[in-house]
Design a protein around this ligand. Structure first.
Ligand SMILES: [Mg+2]
Length: 497
């Protein structure tokens, strides 16, 4: 594929080191050098500084285990909003060098710097190091960078040396030629193949074969545990074992994506960069801290309702859906009580989430405790959820409710956030109001108010009928001089079934 002829491709993979924890340290320099762990709101470590890693803290470790192995660990709740701001800044810094950037994840991206040596008067390595230097200088976070002829190898490069590493896997070192076709089951190790001393010689350090021989198959980007197990059965243990398989074998035993991956392991450029700007949120989180602390159940539920509305509104704005939600209560003494629930279907509707929150609230709430913060996180977001039809009409109800929330979004875009909201969010939005609103199952709205006049409150409803028709009346322009503050209360769940 043109290696050694003309311009080889130069692809960077840039990966933030312990990104969430590193963002926390960047924001609060007094944490530097300490064992910082994020994930307090879920009860498990989501990221950690290298100091914590050195003490044995691992991703997914429960909090009590973290406290056991590393008692001095500073355990913080993950703040995904902040991390996505860091991500946006990271992409922007890389785009100063090349517009060909793939926003692969909240803490990682690919960049194609092919052809930039002459205009920038730098070698590819110098460009890679300059990008890395700018990132860490400006964000206060270290990054590990891989430079290689394609994405799969650039990924291996960025993982090679962490943290703060730079690894160049060169184009001209691609795996040469095909091995003879190995009958299935005879194994791929060179010694078994030919029994020649030459085959047993380890590849020279720094060559492509050297990197591949030190990379187990399961560490290759795109090889999942099942494929790794299948490869292991065939004695294909390392990326080099796989790269040395011939095409007939690969086509026979592996899928098309793995065929492409195999070609990239051998040094070809196959997988293009996806240059569309993505809002690749893995999760969306909304939290609220309030003062004074409270142990009023309905107030706390209302705060959670507002968190759900805000998180879902953001998800809908980016056309994302979740199937896993977690929510937490944080006590005045900074203890977290949290729960994570898998939903029966993908959704971006706060009404679906509130059902789960209400069902599980009593598992978190303790009457004797004062709470200062609530939070909701939508996990495993996807923009293309599988359509699930069911026998019980939930699909139809969801479709109707989605239309209601389309109108809600349109109203909020026009008149401002929270101009219309769930009844259950009322106490959180109006903590000093004496009005008593239905806790759930209602949508509540108010029209814009002429601030020069004293608003008269008018209650409409509860009424039957859909929000779509009512909200039309609701948005009708006010008559000149009319100073009515309109409250609209509509039974949401009843109206959409
Ligand atoms: Mg990372």
């Amino acid at each position: 594929m043109g290696w050694g002829q003309g311009n080889p491709r130069a692809i960077l993979h840039i990966d933030g080191d312990g990104f969430f924890a590193a963002c926390e340290v960047a924001l609060n320099p007094s944490l530097r050098g300490k064992c910082v762990v994020t994930g307090a709101e879920r009860g498990i470590a989501s990221a950690m500084t290298y100091e914590a890693k050195a003490r044995g803290v691992k991703r997914g470790m429960p909090l009590h285990e973290i406290r056991r192995v590393c008692p001095e660990a500073i355990i913080l709740p993950a703040n995904h909003e902040t991390y996505s701001i860091f991500a946006v800044r990271m992409y922007a810094i890389v785009r100063r060098y090349t517009s060909a950037v793939e926003e692969y994840g909240i803490d990682e991206c690919f960049a194609d710097i092919t052809g930039l040596r002459r205009p920038l008067h730098m070698t590819y390595e110098e460009i890679a190091r300059a990008v890395k230097r700018d990132l860490s200088n400006e964000l206060g976070i270290t990054f590990s960078v891989g430079l290689a002829p394609n994405k799969v190898l650039a990924k291996i490069g960025s993982k090679w040396q962490k943290p703060d590493g730079f690894t160049h896997i060169r184009a001209q070192d691609r795996v040469q030629g095909s091995r003879p076709n190995v009958p299935f089951g005879t194994g791929g190790s060179p010694a078994v193949l030919h029994g020649k001393v030459k085959s047993c010689t380890p590849p020279p350090e720094g060559t492509l074969e050297y990197f591949l021989s030190h990379t187990p198959c399961e560490k290759v980007w795109g090889i999942g545990p099942q494929t790794a197990a299948l490869l292991a059965q065939q004695h294909v243990m390392t990326a080099l074992d796989l790269a040395r398989k011939d095409e007939v074998w690969v086509k026979r035993y592996l899928t098309k994506p793995h065929h492409e991956l195999w070609r990239e392991l051998r040094g070809e450029f196959v997988l293009p960069l996806n240059l569309e700007a993505k809002h690749n949120y893995q999760s969306i989180q909304k939290t609220q801290t309030f003062s004074p602390p409270s142990n009023d159940q309905s107030f706390l539920l209302s705060e959670l309702s507002k968190n759900c509305e805000n998180a879902c509104s953001r998800a809908r704005r980016h056309k994302l859906f979740t199937r896993k939600v977690s929510f937490f209560l944080k006590t005045q003494t900074f203890r977290y009580r949290w729960i994570e629930v898998k939903l029966s279907h993908y959704t971006a509707l706060p009404t679906d989430l509130m059902k789960v929150v209400q069902e599980n609230f009593s598992k978190l709430f303790r009457t004797g405790e004062q709470y200062r913060t609530t939070g909701v996180t939508l996990h495993d977001l996807t923009d293309s959820p599988p359509v699930q039809r069911d026998l019980f009409g939930a699909f139809e109800a969801t479709t109707k409710a989605s239309k209601v929330f389309e109108r809600v979004d349109a109203l909020c875009a026009r008149y401002g956030k929270h101009i219309i909201s769930l009844g259950s969010s009322f106490s959180a939005l109006h903590p000093h109001s004496n009005e008593d609103w239905p806790l759930s199952g209602y949508i509540r709205g108010q029209s814009s108010v002429n601030s020069n006049s004293h608003p008269e409150t008018r209650l409409l409803g509860p009424t039957s009928g859909s929000l779509a028709s009512k909200s039309h009346a609701f948005t009708r322009p006010q008559l000149k001089g009319e100073t009515i503050r309109q409250h609209l209360v509509i039974p949401l769940l009843g109206s959409v079934q």
